[in-house]
Design a binder for this molecule. Structure first.
Ligand code: 2BA
Length: 109
């Protein structure tokens, strides 16, 4: 058994979980925050048999889309009287960041 851990953008999470559930998979969504942008995203945990992993990854690929976002970089340390004009930076956010982990044991009580 594998645990597919997918970090996706919040806007895609609902559609992905719906597609997974419709296809008969079980999923858990955790609200998470990206370390770089400090913005909300979603981490979706999907426990599946090994041979189902390619199909789960296909559903993730189909339902999660990359986007561009402009962010203001952190201001530098300034001397009194200096002025800082922030220039927004274009950040490309991937559709999904996926980790596939081996499951040592699965139990439900
Ligand atoms: P964030 O950490 O908020 O990163 C959002 C996007 O910012 C990243 O998109 C990447 O394009 C950019 N970025 C991140 N760190 C950067 C840096 N040091 N310099 C320049 N640009 C940077 P993605 O790579 O698609 O990542 C989307 C989200 O997936 C991340 O949100 C984070 O929550 C998660 N993630 C990505 N790689 C990860 C990893 N190796 N381990 C754990 N979580 C990861």
């Amino acid at each position: 058994m594998k645990l597919v851990l997918s970090i996706v953008q919040s806007d895609d999470a609902g559609r992905l979980v719906e597609a997974l559930t419709r296809a008969g998979y079980r999923a858990t969504t955790i609200s998470t925050t990206g370390g770089f942008l400090r913005q909300g995203n979603a981490t979706i945990l999907i426990g599946v048999e090994d041979d189902r992993v390619p199909h789960v990854l296909q559903l993730v690929r189909e339902n999660c889309h990359s986007r561009h976002q402009f962010v203001n970089p952190l201001p530098p340390v300034m001397e009194p009287g200096e002025m800082y004009l922030p220039t927004p930076v274009d950040v490309h956010i991937g559709g999904a960041t996926v980790f596939v982990l081996d499951v040592a044991q699965f139990a439900q009580f």
